[in-house]
Design a protein around this ligand. Structure first.
Ligand code: E4P
Length: 219
């Protein structure tokens, strides 16, 4: 299972990368805005700064929703660095754009997936990743995890190479359930990744080991 970090914050990306478990980064226009990044030049520079931290796979989202605009923007984004994956929204022109980029050898991540039908057509169009949003479905009383399992099952039936990139992951249980149902990738905030590390029994066990060692050494 691959771990992506879902942020445009350079410190968080650096911290996750230094842990040695990071496989990529996803951003979206809201996350870029949260870091105060706006304007073509600043946006491009910020994506470049992210690419310089990690080894590969930095999702950069287009703002256009029409085919020509998505192609123009996607090509510009792809030029920033070989690590860029162009993020395309699940709209009709987005499907055409996925097909276009697939033919051009430019990697894509189809975002804002909320149904298995959307995931199926994105895979047919050649998306490298689909991003089903778990948390936002949970928010409206649909089980986001059911959707992940359904997409994994459908892709398995036909051998689609499109990877299921579970998004809108809000806590460690989301991440663990994704691992159980076979999502290829999870993207989540830093705190969800580091949340996997801690356990009170580890802390108390370590404290005892160190105290016993000190006692035996006569300290
Ligand atoms: C996915 O790529 C999105 O950036 C993200 O996971 C959305 O998460 P949210 O619902 O917590 O905003």
């Amino acid at each position: 299972m691959k771990f992506f970090i879902d942020t445009a914050n350079l410190d968080d990306i650096r911290e996750a990368y230094e842990l040695g478990v990071l496989d990529g980064v996803t951003t979206n226009p809201s996350l870029m805005a949260k870091e105060g990044i706006s304007g073509d030049e600043k946006v491009r520079a910020h994506y470049k700064a992210i690419c310089d931290i990690v080894d590969d796979k930095v999702s950069a989202e287009v703002i256009s929703t029409d085919f020509e605009g998505m192609i123009r923007e996607g090509k510009e984004l792809a030029k920033i660095d070989d690590k860029i994956v162009v993020k395309i929204p699940m709209v009709k022109d987005g499907i055409k754009a996925l097909k276009y980029f697939s033919n051009e050898g430019i990697r894509t991540n189809c975002t804002l997936i909320f149904s298995a039908g959307q995931a199926l057509i994105a895979a047919k169009a050649g998306a490298n990743y689909v991003s089903p949003f778990i948390g936002r479905l949970d928010d409206i009383a649909y089980d986001g995890m059911d959707l992940i399992a359904q997409i994994v099952h459908i892709y398995g039936n036909y051998g689609f190479e499109t990877e299921v990139l579970a998004a809108s992951v809000r806590h460690t249980m989301h991440l663990l359930k994704c691992a159980e149902v076979g999502a290829d990738v999870v993207t989540c905030p830093l705190k969800v990744i580091t949340g996997l590390i801690n356990h009170p029994l580890t802390d108390s066990g370590l404290a005892t080991f160190l105290a016993d060692h000190a006692k035996a050494a006569g300290k």
